[in-house]
Design a protein around this ligand. Structure first.
Ligand code: FES
Length: 97
């Protein structure tokens, strides 16, 4: 479990954090925070380097999109979902993991 001040997370700017040696991609959209596996389910690419549109993150390498709320793969070439991580919102801070 990792605790952040929400103000440390720039809106729509993905950030990679480590939880138990697992890379996790954290994204703040408005006042909501989402956490999914940072490694794309298609190949070895860090999603923290991808782009955010609405509630989707797009992998920079081959363009697959994932739903940040569910981890679901929305567009090819990815078909497998991303693992999602719990986010507990405490107002100014969030606990992830
Ligand atoms: S590595 Fe992400 S779409 Fe291929």
């Amino acid at each position: 479990m990792v605790t952040f001040n929400k103000s440390e997370l720039l809106e729509n700017k993905p950030r990679q954090i480590m939880i138990n040696q697992t890379p996790v991609c954290v994204v703040r959209i408005k006042d909501e925070v989402f956490a999914v596996a940072d490694t794309c389910s298609h190949a070895e690419a860090s999603l923290a380097e991808g782009d955010i549109t609405d509630y989707k993150i797009e992998c920079w390498l081959h363009g697959a999109e994932f739903d940040l709320r569910t981890g679901k793969a929305l567009t090819p070439p990815a078909v497998e979902p991303l693992e999602t991580f719990s986010v507990i919102d405490n107002g100014d801070t969030v606990e992830i993991g």
